[in-house]
Design a protein around this ligand. Structure first.
Ligand code: SME
Length: 158
């Protein structure tokens, strides 16, 4: 496994294309879920310098914060609450251009302006979500959705 991430400049597309094989490499041969999630969020944060990136995992019927990079965050999110809890119910990626306009958005930080949440599925059930927050409005688009869904699909949720 490579120990240093090769961080590049370029378009969003180019950055994801550089990052994806590196993320694959980081997880190669490793079956520990927390280890893999921790390295995935570290790699994403290092490349994109997002405000907050992390996983929430379903535990005893509630989303509990898992490995993340960024400021401290809310620990537990109930089903249907906030963007993460809505993603859990809808089982699909949600992009929020302006979090102040999303009814029920959970503001872990007033600096967060836009957000994308990708469900992590197993056997058609949501077992967690990948949540990314930007301090810029309208940051996330179809490119983020495409590649973040691919990254989530790579993770071995054993
Ligand atoms: N804003 C999220 C809560 C998690 S924090 O952004 C890290 C939400 O509304 O679900």
């Amino acid at each position: 496994m490579a120990e240093d991430l090769n961080v590049i400049e370029g378009t969003k597309e180019e950055q994801y294309q550089s990052l994806l094989p590196q993320i694959q490499g980081l997880m190669e041969g490793e079956t520990d879920l927390i280890a893999n999630l921790a390295n995935v969020v570290a790699a994403l944060k290092e490349q994109f310098k997002w405000f907050w990136v992390g996983f929430y995992l379903v535990k005893d019927g509630v989303l509990v914060v898992g490995p993340f990079q960024g400021p401290v965050a809310c620990t537990r999110i109930r089903k249907g609450k906030g963007v993460c809890g809505t993603c859990w119910v809808e089982k699909k990626t949600i992009i929020v251009d302006d979090v102040t306009k999303f009814p029920g958005h959970i503001a872990c930080s007033s600096l967060s302006s836009s957000e994308i949440v990708v469900p992590v599925m197993r056997d058609n059930k949501v077992i967690g979500v990948l949540d990314v927050d930007s301090d810029q409005l309208n940051y996330f688009d179809a490119t983020d959705q495409k590649y973040l869904e691919q990254i989530v699909a790579m993770i071995n949720f054993v």
